[in-house]
Design a binder for this molecule. Sequence first.
Ligand code: PMP
Length: 453
Amino acid sequence: MSHVFHRQSNAAYPVAVAGDGPWLIDDQGRRYLDACGGAAVCCLGHSDATVREAIREQAESLAYAHSAFFTTRAAENLANHLIARAEAEIPDNRLDKVYFVSGGSEAAEAALKLARQYFLEIGQPTRHRVIARRQSYHGNTLGALSVGGNQWRREPFEPMLMPATHIAPCYAYRDRAEGESEEAYGRRAADELEAAILDLGSETVAAFIAEPVVGATAGAVPAVPGYLTRIRDICDRHGVLLILDEVMCGMGRTGHLFACAEDGVSPDILLSAKGLGAGYQPIGAMLCSARIHDAIAGGSGFFQHGHTYMGHATACAAALAVQRRLHDDGLLDNVGVQGSALRAALEAAFGQHPHVGDIRGRGLLLGLELVADRATKAPFDAAVRLNARVKREAMARGLMCYPMGGTIDGRRGDHVMLAPPFIIGPEHVSEIVEKLGQALAAALESTPAAARP
Ligand code: PMP
């Protein structure tokens, strides 16, 4: 009998005991190809010797020093590295300071409070509202959940959530009108932000938050070209801060260290986690502009927010080792190569599949949307939990893929997300597609016909 409080109480979890590159191994010796990096976390696979050594070295000299008393070389070096990369890679980069936390939700909380405090510091106290998007995810803590737009995750806690305004996501597969160009659709979707700002009164709006590539709610949905540029422009015109959540899509997952670089847009605040530490240590970060930082530094002088483990030395040392591996060993090039190969293989295998409505994503963040009917795009009955069936069948075949139920037209729909480590090769690409095909076939076979509208 386990005393661990597992989220899914009736599930029998295998016991993971070891990692070997892109593989996880359980206590029965079974091997699982980690085609989703856990939750798009493990970008270096599971046993990277350089990162292990960096952790050992840091833990032996200094594991942790509280940030109210000290800074550490590990935190300073990691911040320097991240800002140097942002300067080099993001057009018109605004990011200049890094605030370290322990994960993605903490980064989102810090960003929301920073946005609010910034406007207090500059004498605009009426700005407190946050605009976000439906079908988005920014974390499971109450603030992050409040701005997130995933109905299923929000519902039980709705009375406890702070008010937030939600606009449409940029979701071309479902929302682009027939005959509408991607550019026109992107403009239309972005203009919802301006309408919301005007509706609320721009003097009340502090920030807009969005994922450049939507991950955990919709399975790797990138914005169409031009969407984020227009969003940036709207935020600037109305004095609203742009927060981009790259917790899942950042740190090289899309083939760029910062996903927003591909869109040619710099946010005022950027959230990072997952691939930052690649799972070797829990770490997240909030990057912000000098303008925001200096408003506080030159004002009250104190950001009224903090956590015990912020800037944890061992976590920062691990993350720096991860980041150096990505940069020095050219691993993002492999994201481009294997990402294209995986996408092509998915299209060859599932492009005509009657229950795969869309194949999408960027780099090694790819998603399949499962539908009951390709023509109408109708999802399967949510009660069938097709995504959970796919996960179960994939695990039985030694493949980890990330299944999700997003909300589509008010109903839950099914997605499978793939986010394998950046170290994979062609043999792993083939194995992922082959086993996913088997898992999907088995999952569909076990789905009652009545579940198909
Ligand atoms: N933002 C995004 C875009 C995410 O994908 C996630 C995690 N799936 C979070 C925030 C929350 O991160 P964490 O689970 O580390 O708190």
